[in-house]
Write a protein that binds this ligand. Structure first.
Ligand SMILES: Nc1ncnc2c1ncn2[C@@H]1O[C@H](COP(=O)(O)OP(=O)(O)O)[C@@H](O)[C@H]1O
Ligand SMILES: [Mg+2]
Length: 592
């Protein structure tokens, strides 16, 4: 826990060194003024006739202070000074709280944008490995908890400082009394406190973990609501969610109840300590009534600070595990980050004439070889058709071309430059990519098509939509291009979603178009329309067309049949059509 705290501090100091220094300065000043205000009560008591002769030094100091400002030492001046001290102290405390809240807010904000940036910069395998809900939970929930941990720590420092000031003050006023009262109560509380702090750290670690599991399940189930409803499996979903919820609930309960229980215990013990030491102070140590009054004042100001220190420590214990979690994901994301733009030819814009060469590429997942020594060439402006059964490695090949996964061996060259040396973002911006599961954002039709090309004109937008046979149906929607498509496009049919995706791909004026089983969910009329649209682009750009039906690939110059990690057959559509029985066999075999 301590090393984690050190890391958190280092991180905050790096980001807000100056602000934290000002924070501590304000805190010290506020503490000193508070002390001054309290100590001024002694001369006040003296002036109103309660004897406090143990405080000669303070009296002299006060007299000097009052005369320095040109006042005489009477009740009015002393009261005015007391009020002034507490007023300035209150202003300092408000400034400190404002600064603290600012630092916390900016800190959370910086973590959020840093995580989002790191995640989006991470390579594709990072997303395959990590759960969607966990990543969302980190950005939304855990960051806020790290902010709370920082707040807890700062508050703890404030409280410790204030308590120290009070202890010092009461030592100056009456060391014997203070020694008994403060030392004994502090000792008792520290002994009581530590097991509870440990407990809250442990519970905090579990809470962070369980909250993550709960979020993963909630994200999964809510985004699969259609399946759950269509299959009538609400009960199964609720059961599983309930189990995750139960764990979170138990830890939340502990974290909420224990601090309250301990607070009651501390309040009760404070009264016991106070009563017994008052008795000892007056009866055995002969402490004067005025001094007792001031010490009581100090004690009553100090006790809430002690409680505050305790609850801040609890806060810290509970939320520090979030910092551990965030740091871990930060490291993972950095390790798997992609060099999107720092490559030699970062600003290179790809011309439409692309010469793609895939040379002896091998890819495997968990030692299972998917592509083995795979080679193919795609000359400029050609259309390559790829056919293969489910699991043959078609999408894997596309992922390699997109640079989403790195082959274990072999090379992919674009216009004779190895993909590793090309700016990945520039390369990907030159590609129009349409997949079987169309990805649409919860936004308008227009915004979805324009995604990544926000500054195109309306006529360009309509043109792309027309080419994708989408313009007519979009115009018939209630708000045309301003219609909201719903989460992942739920308000549209599969074919309509696909056509929007095609329009988006075309709007980017790509040099390479990749269709990964993109026309699968279209009815035959729509499919023909979309295929016509695609093939009208033929000879203007390079196209890779993946399908598990030969009929879709009629217009490709070359078709390769993927199976067993490599090419099992190739030729034109006519060649393969004549061997269609053999191809049907290949498509049926697993991984073929
Ligand atoms: N991220 C992954 N981790 C492990 N195995 C994977 C991963 N992605 C794909 N695979 C496996 O690799 C094989 C090829 O997958 P894929 O390229 O998606 O096939 P296709 O697109 O031809 O249907 C499949 O057996 C699949 O289970
Ligand atoms: Mg696939």
């Amino acid at each position: 826990m301590l090393s984690l705290l050190r890391q958190l501090l280092k991180d905050i100091l790096q980001k807000f060194g100056l602000k934290v220094a000002i924070l501590f300065l304000l805190m010290i000043l506020a503490g000193l003024l508070d002390g001054l205000g309290m100590i001024l009560l002694l001369p006040l008591f003296n002036l109103i006739g309660v004897t406090t002769n143990e405080v000669g030094l303070i009296h002299v100091f006060m007299e000097r202070l009052v005369s320095f400002f040109g006042f005489s030492m009477d009740i009015k001046s002393v009261v005015a000074f007391i009020i002034l001290a507490f007023l300035i102290q209150a202003l300092l405390v408000i400034t400190k709280d404002w600064l603290m809240a600012r630092v916390e807010t900016v800190y959370v904000d910086e973590w959020r944008s840093c995580l989002m940036k790191l995640f989006l910069n991470a390579s594709w395998p990072f997303f395959v490995k990590n759960k969607l809900g966990s990543l969302v939970n980190l950005i939304v929930v855990q960051t806020e908890q790290v902010g709370r941990a920082f707040f807890g720590f700062a508050e703890l420092m404030v409280a410790i400082f204030m308590v120290t000031i009070y202890v010092l003050l009461s030592f100056i006023i009456s060391w014997e009394f203070t020694f008994f009262l403060i030392t004994a109560s502090a000792l008792f509380w520290v002994i009581c406190l530590f097991p509870f702090v440990k407990l809250s750290y442990k519970s905090g670690t579990k809470y962070t973990e369980f909250l993550d599991t709960m979020q993963v399940i909630a994200t999964d189930y809510i985004s699969s609501a259609k399946l759950i409803k269509a299959t009538g499996t609400e009960k199964t979903a609720l059961n599983n969610f309930g189990k995750a919820l139960y764990k979170v609930k138990e830890e939340y309960f502990k974290a909420t109840f224990f601090p309250h229980a301990l607070k009651v215990l501390m309040e009760f013990s404070a009264i016991i300590f106070l009563c017994s030491f008052l008795l000892i102070g007056v009866k055995y140590l002969g402490v004067q009534a005025g001094v007792i009054l001031v010490l009581l004042g100090i004690f009553f100001r100090m006790v809430p600070k002690l409680f505050h220190a305790y609850s801040s420590l609890q806060l810290l214990g509970r939320f520090l595990p979030s910092f551990a979690r965030i740091s871990m994901y930060q490291c993972n994301a950095i390790t798997s980050s992609e060099n999107l733009d720092t490559r030699d030819v970062a600003t290179r814009k790809f011309s439409k004439s692309l010469d793609i060469s895939i040379d002896k590429v091998t890819v495997s997942y968990d030692k299972k070889i998917v592509l083995s020594n795979f080679s193919v060439k795609i000359p400029p402006y050609q259309t390559l058709g790829i056919i293969g059964g489910s699991g043959a490695g078609k999408t894997t090949l596309v992922d390699c071309i997109l640079g989403l996964i790195k082959p274990e061996s072999g090379q992919i060259r674009i216009n004779d430059i190895v993909l590793d040396e090309i700016s990945l973002s520039e390369w990907r911006r030159s590609i129009g990519y349409v997949t079987q599961e169309t990805v649409l954002f919860h936004d308008t039709v227009g915004a979805n098509i324009k995604w990544g090309n926000e500054d195109v004109s309306d006529s360009e937008l309509f043109d792309a939509a027309k080419k994708a046979y989408a313009h007519d149906f979009i115009q018939s929607l209630p708000n045309g291009y301003d219609t909201i498509v719903g989460d992942k496009g739920v308000c549209l049919s599969g074919g309509q979603r696909q056509r929007l995706a095609l329009a988006r791909a075309l709007l980017g004026q790509p040099a390479l178009l990749i269709f990964d089983e993109a026309t699968n969910s279209l009815d035959s009329i729509s499919e023909k329309e979309v295929l016509d649209a695609i093939y009208r682009l033929k000879m203007h750009i390079t196209i890779i067309m993946i399908s598990h039906r030969l009929s879709t690939l009629k217009n490709a110059e070359k078709i390769i049949v993927l199976g067993q990690g490599g090419i099992v057959d190739e030729g034109t559509w006519h060649d393969l059509e004549s061997r269609s029985e053999h191809i049907s066999e290949v498509l049926k075999t697993p991984g073929g």
